[in-house]
Design a binder for this molecule. Structure first.
Ligand code: IFM
Length: 400
């Protein structure tokens, strides 16, 4: 794939990075709800996270590799279950650990984007009832305030909660005692959880701004790219609203909003329509559809309006075919560039994920730009990592 020197749509300061989440890469997150779930046979989780990528100890190496590859930004999350392993006990050591990570990123020329909550919660918070428990929003806000030493200096972007719509979807499944997702589309989100996470986000935005008003704070939405089969436009809008739009609307007034997309979902008059049997699928069984991110950006921008910048905070593919991974990123970046050329304020592109990691129940769905050898934890950048990192340096787009 040759680069087109005439096509450099990315503005100065564009975030060019990769994303991770603590539970998926750190290993031994023993005080979290997920750790307990992974060891509960009734939860029927394929495999536990165990040591993950051992990034709790190897974060310096992760950052070295990303910086050497040419990336300028690194999104990682701090783990509430480590910072507050027991209610009201805040670990100074863990706070210092995450501060070292922030400083380590800056020292390597990587701007840190810090996510405060990426799916996992402390087990004690889960025992209370999670986000819908009495006082939960205040407990989350208190945790955010305690993160001040981590984020107060040198952190340009903070994400409060990652994919709140998926949190509400998972809560809906759990409340109804259902296991697994339907063949297409998403289960109905729990409405109480939807309200609770929106309240938690608003409380967290306030807390972050009082820590440092210069921090750009927002949250990141899982965009499913619902595409209406002709005639099903109203059904599609009604299907999408509780699963996505309500969370985008709740970001009004934030400093930015995160777009996270991987594939699309077609909606017909009766609801979601599975992709045809012969459609190309990735290791997560999602339809291969690199254009998704462009649709996700356009829908988000239309809903939130021109005053809120967008950042692609996750986008990528689970595959073992390294050429297909590059093809996917090339197609996705082409779509991102077209959005920028059309005047949409997209400020960054962060790939999911920096490393092959724990994909919520399995290590088989390899989303990583960097492979991690089981047992030795050796990091090995894949061709897409070199390609994408180099593109970050050049800022020219490939000619497709
Ligand atoms: O791995 C997840 C991540 O934790 C949240 N967004 C989607 C990714 C791929 O499924």
């Amino acid at each position: 794939m040759t680069l087109d020197p005439a096509r450099t749509p990315f503005p100065d300061g564009f975030l060019w990075g990769a994303s991770t989440a603590a539970h998926q890469i750190e290993g031994n997150n023993v005080n979290s709800d997920w750790w307990r779930k992974e060891h509960d046979p009734a939860a029927k989780i394929q495999e536990p996270s165990l040591d993950a990528c051992d990034s709790y100890h190897r974060w310096e190496q992760d950052m070295d590799v990303l910086a050497e590859l040419g990336f300028t930004d690194y999104r990682f999350s701090v783990e509430w279950a480590r910072i507050e392993p027991a209610r009201g006990h805040f670990s100074r050591a863990e706070i210092a650990h995450y501060r070292r990570m922030v400083e380590g990123a800056i020292a390597r020329g990587l701007r840190p984007m810090v996510t405060l909550h990426h799916f996992t919660i402390p087990q004690w918070f889960e025992d209370l009832g999670g986000f819908t428990a009495e006082g939960a929003v205040e407990l989350f806000a208190r945790y955010v305030e305690e993160c001040a030493p981590i984020i107060a200096e040198g952190v340009p972007y903070v994400c409060t909660l990652n994919e709140p719509n998926m949190i509400a979807v998972m809560a809906g499944l759990a409340k109804r005692g259902e296991q697994g997702f339907p063949p297409a589309g998403l289960p109905f989100p729990d409405e109480e959880t939807t309200h609770a996470v929106i309240a938690a986000h608003h409380a967290a935005v306030k807390a972050v701004r009082s820590i440092n008003p210069d921090i750009q704070v927002g949250w990141t939405i899982a965009n499913q790219v619902y595409q209406a089969v002709p005639g099903a436009e109203e059904v599609t809008a009604a299907y999408r609203h509780p699963r996505e739009d309500v969370f985008i609307e709740a970001a009004c007034g934030d400093d930015w909003i995160g777009v996270q997309s991987y594939t699309r979902t077609k909606i017909g008059p009766e609801g979601p329509v599975p992709a045809p049997a012969d459609a190309e699928r990735t290791l997560t069984q999602w339809e291969y559809y690199p254009a998704a991110v462009g649709y996700a950006i356009r829908h988000t921008a239309e809903l939130i309006g021109p005053d809120t910048p967008l950042i692609v905070t996750e986008n990528g593919i689970a595959t073992g075919d390294e050429q297909r991974r590059i093809d996917y990123y090339a197609g996705a970046l082409d779509a991102v560039a077209a959005c920028i050329e059309d005047g949409i304020d997209v400020r960054g592109y962060l790939a999911w994920s920096a490393l092959d990691n724990y994909e919520w129940g399995t290590y088989k769905a390899t989303f990583g730009l960097i492979a991690v050898e089981p047992g030795t934890f050796a990091r090995k950048p894949k061709p897409a990592a070199h390609w994408l990192g180099g593109l970050g340096r050049e800022r020219h787009l490939p000619r497709l």
